[in-house]
Design a protein around this ligand. Structure first.
Ligand code: HEC
Length: 557
């Protein structure tokens, strides 16, 4: 997110400037530390394998603050990094705070950071790497599950904007169940699925409807104030499961591409349309969601929703946005937008996509052309079906005081600093960096498991993934968990009745719910459970359709 300058810190940066080297002296890592970039751009790996990195803020002296998705071994959630020698590599690394979350910004001499229900700030002191341990609670937000990233941005006129994502997928009456009508009007919108505007300098604020700035925004993890346009922009994570919930209206292929992840500008009072409508970037049109009577063609209720500026393919998961204000990159990048896509999990077993940083050229507050891929190759050498197999996943973006672009990875916590070399790159640094491993070749599936595999890939893989490894934070793995290989009756009951277990599975909690699948036949359930009990290294005995029939009778289903 955007670098913020305080006068005192700017003065410190000037004092410190004598010891820092010119950008052109920084030697990019070989192969840009695992990513591809346009010609004449090079990347220096600032830090490697910190653990899962989320968003980032950079101070006027170049110090970096990275919010982590897990605590470090000594219980810290934010890592502060300093490059004291000027070679581009962080050599002083310190931990701060136990507030895990994702939003982080430097503003008016404070570090602001969030968890799922609070915005906090801690005071920065001149020259000190770490802020004061003491923190003020700026905002307390409504509790609840679902999308928990409370990212934030400032307009430097007293406004602090916070993304408060939706609880549900599409405001459906029964969470994440097939064929469930939407709540109409969607009451969730009073507390969720919008951007709220708070005062940037008043501690103790509560989330109230009167502070809602814009609505109908399912989850805009990527938000940023654009100072050249004087407006707020964001990218939305679109809804999931058009095919799995509404197979009569949407094919698997449509589910894979739709709906679009939109890039939008939001002014006070704007409504981007969720949950009633979605945007289709292929037809460049908005449509009514099936939860509200849509059938893939109807356009009712679409006129009330503001048009997006651009549509990206479905499920790419935009996680950060910055507007480039520096002078290091060529002129065309000035005031344009960089967006980081974290990559998909919900493409029904097709190769996962996204995992890149794109550039959107901007003029007068609007895109002046189509987006172009800026940084790519994060996934590694081969296509992947599970996002956890990606070598890296770009999540946070920030601009350094010299105009470098920083990208933070959520798989291992690598941070790249991207520089521009107008005369081309003559030398690279071949030092040992962490090398992720290519996943193993696909397992051969024996004939007697083929039927179960078909059921699994259609109805279970969208959540648990083809390789049974699950999707981090969303859906648990089915490999190496007791429930799968243990008692058969318990297992059948999970499939028949669904499952919403508040406690953790192997120490992790999962946002999604396991929907009931009682509508599958006894044969299908026996097949799919046999398949998961005998696949991916699981070794347990199979099930018979009679086992399912008996469980169904007992459960009165
Ligand atoms: C919408 C996503 C989704 C779909 C589709 C789905 N599951 Fe699940 N499943 C989950 C989630 C989420 C949980 C964990 C629920 C919780 O912790 O509250 C879960 C839990 C489970 C568990 C228990 C795991 C444990 O260790 O407790 C099993 C077994 C399971 N699912 C099997 C299946 C099978 C088989 C299918 C297909 C017939 C399927 N699931 C379809 C999301 C899904």
């Amino acid at each position: 997110m955007k670098t913020q300058f305080s006068l005192a810190l700017a003065a410190f940066a000037l004092l410190g400037a004598g010891c820092s080297k010119k950008n052109a002296d920084l030697i990019p890592d070989k192969n840009n530390g695992g990513i591809t970039l346009p010609e004449k751009f090079g990347a220096v790996v600032v830090v490697d394998t910190l653990g899962g990195g989320r968003h980032m803020a950079i101070n006027a002296n170049g110090d970096i603050y990275l919010h982590l998705s897990r605590l470090t071994r000594d219980g810290k959630a934010i890592v502060a990094l300093r490059d004291s020698t000027g070679d581009g590599h962080a050599d002083i690394i310190k931990g701060f705070s136990d507030v895990t979350g994702t939003g982080i910004e430097l503003h008016n001499g404070y570090l602001y950071y969030s968890d799922a229900t609070h915005i906090y700030r801690s005071k920065m002191a001149d020259g000190q790497l770490l802020p004061d341990e003491a923190r003020e609670t700026m905002v307390t937000m409504v509790e609840g599950g679902g999308h928990l990233a409370r990212t934030l941005t400032f307009d430097n006129k007293g406004g602090m904007y916070v993304n408060i994502g939706s609880l549900s997928n599409c405001c459906e009456m029964a969470l994440r169940m097939p064929h469930t009508p939407g709540d109409d009007p969607c009451k969730e919108l009073e507390t969720r699925a919008g951007i709220w505007k708070f005062d940037d300098n008043t501690p103790g604020q509560q989330q109230e409807l009167k502070y809602r700035y814009a609505t109908g925004i399912r989850n805009a993890v990527a938000i940023a104030w654009n100072f050249s346009a004087g407006k707020l922009y964001g990218l939305q994570h679109g809804r999931d499961d058009l095919h799995r919930f509404w197979p009569e209206f949407y094919s698997e292929d449509q589910n894979t591409e739709l709906p679009s992840e939109i890039f939008f500008e939001a002014s006070q009072g704007d409504d981007m349309g969720w949950p009633y409508v979605y945007y289709d970037h292929l037809q460049k049109k908005k449509f009514l969601n099936p939860e509200y009577g849509g059938d893939g063609k109807k356009t009712d209720r679409t006129e009330k929703a503001k048009d997006p500026l651009l549509g990206f393919p479905g499920h790419w998961a935009p996680n950060d946005l910055i507007f480039y204000t520096g002078n290091l990159f060529p002129e065309k990048y000035k005031n344009g937008a960089f967006a980081a896509f974290h990559g998909s999990w919900n493409r029904l077993g097709h190769d996962q996509q996204g995992f890149k940083v794109v550039f959107i050229p901007m003029k007068d507050g609007k895109p002046s052309g189509d987006y172009e891929v800026f940084a790519d190759g994060f996934v590694g050498p081969q296509p992947i079906t599970n996002p956890s197999d990606a070598f890296f996943r770009p999540c946070g973006l920030a601009e350094g005081p010299d105009g470098s672009l920083y990208i933070a990875d959520s798989q291992h916590g690598r941070i790249w600093r991207i520089l521009y070399y107008p005369d081309g790159i003559t030398k690279t640094n071949d030092r040992p960096l962490y090398q992720p491993e290519v996943r193993k070749e696909k397992e051969e599936v024996p004939d007697e498991l083929q039927a179960g595999r078909m059921v699994y890939n259609t109805y279970c893989a969208p959540c648990h993934q083809r390789d049974g490894k699950g999707a981090q934070g969303m859906n648990p793995p089915l490999v190496g968990v007791k429930m799968v290989t243990g008692n058969k009756a318990d297992l059948i009951n999970i499939i028949l009745k669904g499952y919403n277990k508040p406690d953790k599975i192997n120490g992790e909690s999962y946002q999604n719910v396991m929907p009931p699948h009682a509508w599958l036949s006894d044969q299908q359930i026996a097949d799919v459970l046999t398949y998961i009990r005998k696949s991916w290294g699981n070794k347990a005995d199979g099930l018979k359709p009679d086992d399912v029939a008996n469980a169904r009778k007992k459960a009165n289903l």
